[in-house]
Design a protein around this ligand. Sequence first.
Ligand code: NZQ
Ligand code: ZN
Length: 385
Amino acid sequence: MNNFTYSYPVKVYFGEGVAKNSLVAELSKYGKNVLFAYGGGSIKQHGIYDEITTILKETGKKIIEFSGIMSNPTYAKVQEGARLAKENDVDFILAVGGGSVIDCCKIVSAQANCDTDIWELEYTEHKQPNKFIPMGAVVTAFGTGAEMNSGAVITNEDKMLKSALWGASYHFAVLDVNYTMTMPVRQVISGSFDTLSHCMETYFGTPRENNLSDEINEAVMRNVIRNMRATLKNPKDKFVRSELIWASAMGENGILKLGKVTDFQAHMIEHQLGAYTNCNHGFGLAVIHPVLYKHIYKNATERFAHFATTVLGIERNEKTDDELALAGIEALASFIKEVGLPTKFSEMGITDVDYKAIANSTVTTAGCCKKLTADEILEILEECR
Ligand code: NZQ
Ligand code: ZN
């Protein structure tokens, strides 16, 4: 294996009904003024808001609400949160939601402690923030694994970029199955495909020889595929749901990435698509993956062939590596269709968009087996239409 250093800062409370006790235990460690951050209101419809406010009051906190964090959070929303945190001397941020709320708060926590504009700091001065408001995450929509890392994906509407900013890691994350049971099935499938995408993007990075990280990854990918199918059979099955929640966390807690340079080219294309269309992240990835892989598999044929047999269960028989690799990509495309994910951008309502601008602004990644040109990314996008 390649060399690595591993340390992990996020304390995870996982399981059914763990929210109350874990929050009571954790909140006692932090100051009085709590920024309670959430999204567009699903938590109010489903009783989570009432439970959390009760816990915050019982633990003697002053609640400062930061609501309306949209899917694909904007940089303007980050700045709004940072202003609120500063004005109210916030001691602790409690992010309750999916990847969007969780990401937005990572950067709020940094911007509230930093006089320089964070975008400028990270992209112009090439520095990273180093002072943060401590934070806890309560996951109500899983798939991104955002609670497990310190990267945040933020849409800068002025610059037409959806890019990563680096903020704080959460001090703790609560993964209570019960808080996710009201997720629409379409979002469960979208989020779970995002998990699968994180696994694939890690797996197809380098090195591509068999290694422990990738063999654990193969097990996680098989698990996600099996449990996505099981979800569609019985969306109320809490065991299935809990497996998907932990797989989501596994995708981003660093374990699968040990000793690897990750790929994440599908993500870079999807993020820029998101900057121009505000589309659902998992849906965009579902359309892009098979098309991208058809463009690049010849540069890593053996690895794609191995993926086909170990993850998708395709028998080698008389197939060459090339045929096996392609059969794997076809099987991935069929799975995407089978679970009701979109296979074309048009199925996501994306019809009129400047693909050339998206291609030109997409970052190309070091771990991808093929260094794509802007023209090739444009071709991929056109094939996804
Ligand atoms: O906003 P509300 O009303 O809460 O509704 C949300 C939202 O509409 C709803 N929802 C959340 N919990 C629910 C619920 N509905 C019913 N019951 C519940 N328990 O679900 C919808 C989607 O939520 P959102 O947070 O937007 O989705 P997701 O978790 O997929 O996050 C997407 C964002 O994460 C970024 C994506 O780019 C996108 O901006 N990502 C972050 C990553 C990271 N930091 O590591 C990695 C990913 O690759 C990804 O890029
Ligand atoms: Zn993702």
